[in-house]
Design a protein around this ligand. Structure first.
Ligand code: HEC
Ligand code: HEC
Length: 278
């Protein structure tokens, strides 16, 4: 009985106390709850309507890029770092270099570099064409960048004469008129173009390895690149030297020097011979 009474009294007290209790504390609590609910709602609505924001942080990688990453983590990570962001004093960041740079470096055997040297050398490639493509795809999906167009013949229907002109303006100062290459400063050199494939020439122009400038599509339009490739492949690689020695095709000054030296020696011997006769 007493407990019943107590309960009733307590209820009454609570009912009576209600307006007082509700005044400050509860109202504040209510406001906090409403604010929290509103925030949750806004957050929920954001995730529902903006799913792209999450997807962009971690885009799914293609199968080829996944294979490429696996190769990269074995052969390249020591110098170029996890996620290709570069390692101080070992290798540069590859973010944004594109699949063109990877294709050039790996298909010509320059990468993986064996040791630190002034200039990575051309050697037999360590990877198959398929693996080169996968490595390139990985770097492409990681940071974007220039890409070589599809196909192995990139100089169909190109203009040889225009290519010759463009070559002499843009390339011959380093690679020589005959494409044989030549020395540059501090132990570096511009290599011979003779072993390069169409794709490697295109990739070299797009990526500008070492001291070579980048020839983007603004500097040399894709048709002009095709013309240059045609000139290198069809003309430079097949030129016969009718006169015998080409003297590196360095041009008239080397030829003049050779003629001078050979001529002087001949004249000296001739005069010695005449002097001996008399
Ligand atoms: C022993 C260290 C080393 C290893 C291993 C190595 N690299 Fe490099 N890499 C370098 C250095 C140093 C350079 C810059 C010098 C140069 O361009 O010749 C470079 C440059 C490059 C570039 C050119 C970047 C640009 O800006 O154009 C690419 C692409 C590249 N490496 C890809 C790779 C890939 C792919 C692998 C693995 C298959 C690899 N490298 C393994 C040291 C290394
Ligand atoms: C300022 C000098 C310079 C100019 C100009 C230049 N190159 Fe190069 N090129 C180089 C150097 C240096 C290398 C070597 C890069 C390396 O080994 O990493 C090179 C490498 C190359 C290769 C790679 C050869 C191989 O081993 O497969 C090709 C192809 C090439 N250049 C094409 C061109 C073309 C085409 C042009 C003109 C549009 C051009 N270059 C202009 C300096 C130059």
């Amino acid at each position: 009985m007493t407990s019943d009474n107590d309960r009733r009294r307590g209820l009454l007290a609570r009912l009576r106390g209600r307006p007082v209790a509700r005044s400050r504390g509860r109202r504040r609590l209510g406001a906090a709850v409403r604010l929290f609910a509103a925030l949750m709602l806004a957050g929920g609505a954001y995730t529902v309507f903006a799913p792209g924001a999450q997807a962009q942080d971690n885009p799914p990688m293609s199968a080829a890029a996944g294979e490429g990453k696996a190769l990269f983590d074995v052969s390249c990570v020591t110098c170029h770092g996890r996620n290709a962001q570069g390692v101080e004093g070992r290798g540069p960041s590859l973010i944004g270099v594109g699949s063109a740079a990877v294709e050039f470096q790996v298909s010509s055997g320059r990468m993986p570099m064996a040791r630190q040297e002034a200039q990575a050398m051309r050697k037999p490639p360590a990877f198959t064409d398929e693996q080169v493509r996968q490595l390139g795809q990985y770097i492409q999906e990681l940071g974007g960048g220039p890409q070589v167009p599809e196909g192995n013949n990139l100089h169909q229907n190109a203009d040889l004469a225009a290519g010759g002109e463009l070559f002499r303006i843009n390339c011959s100062q380093c690679h020589a008129f005959g494409g044989g290459g030549g020395a540059l400063s501090s132990g570096k050199y511009a290599p011979s173009l003779h072993p390069a494939s169409d794709r490697q020439i295109y990739a070299a122009m797009l990526s500008g390895p070492q001291n070579m400038p980048v020839f983007g599509d603004n500097q040399l339009r894709p048709e002009q690149k095709a013309d240059i490739i045609a000139y290198i492949q069809e003309n430079l690689k097949h030129t016969q030297d009718q006169g015998g020695f080409n003297l590196g095709r360095y041009g008239p000054s080397t030829e003049g020097l050779a003629a001078f030296l050979i001529g002087i020696v001949a004249l000296v011997f001739a005069s010695l011979w005449i002097a001996g006769k008399s």
